[in-house]
Design a protein around this ligand. Structure first.
Ligand code: DOR
Length: 305
């Protein structure tokens, strides 16, 4: 009997599929397509202490190979989320993973403290947003900062903490190990890959912020390689994401070492992508005679037969 449920971060999840932060808002828009309770968990848009309007100028460009975004963490602020959006999500029976972003270490601590008093199920530390001047990538490229923030948020909450890491580094394993050493329960791999686009008529960068984060199928091989490398070197579970659109993509990430997967740009390509992936995973497990998702995690590392 195929059972898609998993136990992860001391939580019981219906299946190993979530949505990448920032691609699902707080769920309201997607409710017309499917009920949020069908997902293993929902992951919210990145939340900051204060409301943010986001970056000025053009914030999204569709390229031949994926989407470039420079949203700049537009969000209503943590308190509005806790008061207005969280109750709706919880009333729907969804598990709620909350992505948080601070400009300073202190802001991360404060966000952790506020969430500790709520019924959110997991905190995702966004140490990898490529589109903000303070925090974001500046934290994510520094093993020391990743360690410090993880440790300090760990001290103020008993909730599971996962750390979302950046692909814009050459030492992903070192950074992942710092997060693990300092008390992370898991890692999310990967955030978006820094890039840009130029308008050949105005002869200027298209994005208001010049650079943006590339997502979608273009970054899948990079994400997969990072999940594979990190899995070999850390013991905590990985939520894999980066260009997952089909169940075949999801299977690749699980075989590379992801215990759970996130659909990001895939939601814009097909709003039903996460549901189709859940169905496809079931079929794949039937064909290859797996009973539990855990049996597949990291299989690409076993010796060739
Ligand atoms: O690509 C991204 N865009 N990654 C993030 O972490 C945040 C987001 C934004 O709001 O700019």
């Amino acid at each position: 009997m195929i059972d898609l449920s998993i136990e992860l971060f001391q939580l019981k999840l219906k299946n190993p599929v979530t949505v990448a932060s920032g691609t699902y808002g707080f769920g309201e828009v997607y409710e017309k397509f499917y009920h949020p309770k069908f997902l293993g968990a929902i992951t919210t848009k990145g939340l900051t202490l204060e409301k943010r309007e986001g970056n000025k100028g053009v914030r999204c460009v569709e390229t031949a190979s994926g989407i470039l975004n420079s949203v700049g963490l537009q969000n209503p602020g943590i308190d509005v989320f806790i008061k207005e959006h969280l109750p709706n999500l919880k009333s729907k029976g969804a598990l709620v993973f909350v992505n948080i972003a601070g400009k300073t270490v202190e802001e991360f601590i404060e966000l952790g403290e506020r969430l500790e008093k709520t019924d959110v199920d997991l905190i995702e530390l966004n140490l990898s947003c490529p589109n903000v001047k303070e925090g974001g990538l500046a934290f994510g490229i520094s093993p020391k900062k990743v360690g410090e923030i993880t440790k300090k948020v760990r001290m103020v909450t008993k909730k599971p903490i996962v750390v979302k890491l950046s692909p814009n580094v050459t030492n992903i394993v070192e950074i992942a190990k710092e997060a693990e050493f300092n008390g992370a329960d898991g890692l999310t791999l990967i955030n978006t890959l820094q890039g840009m686009a130029i308008d050949i008529d105005s002869k200027r960068p298209i994005l208001g912020n010049i650079y943006g984060g590339l997502s979608g199928p273009a970054i899948k091989p990079v994400a997969l390689r990072m999940v594979y490398d990190v899995y070999k070197n850390v013991k905590i579970p990985i939520i894999g994401m980066g260009g997952i659109v089909t169940y075949q993509d999801a299977v690749e990430f699980i075989l590379a070492g992801a215990s759970m997967i996130g659909v990001g740009t895939g939601n814009f390509i097909d709003p039903f992508a996460p549901i189709k992936i859940i169905e496809g995973l079931k079929k794949y497990m039937e064909i290859y005679r797996f009973n539990k998702v855990e049996e597949m995690v990291g299989l690409a590392h076993s010796e060739r037969r």
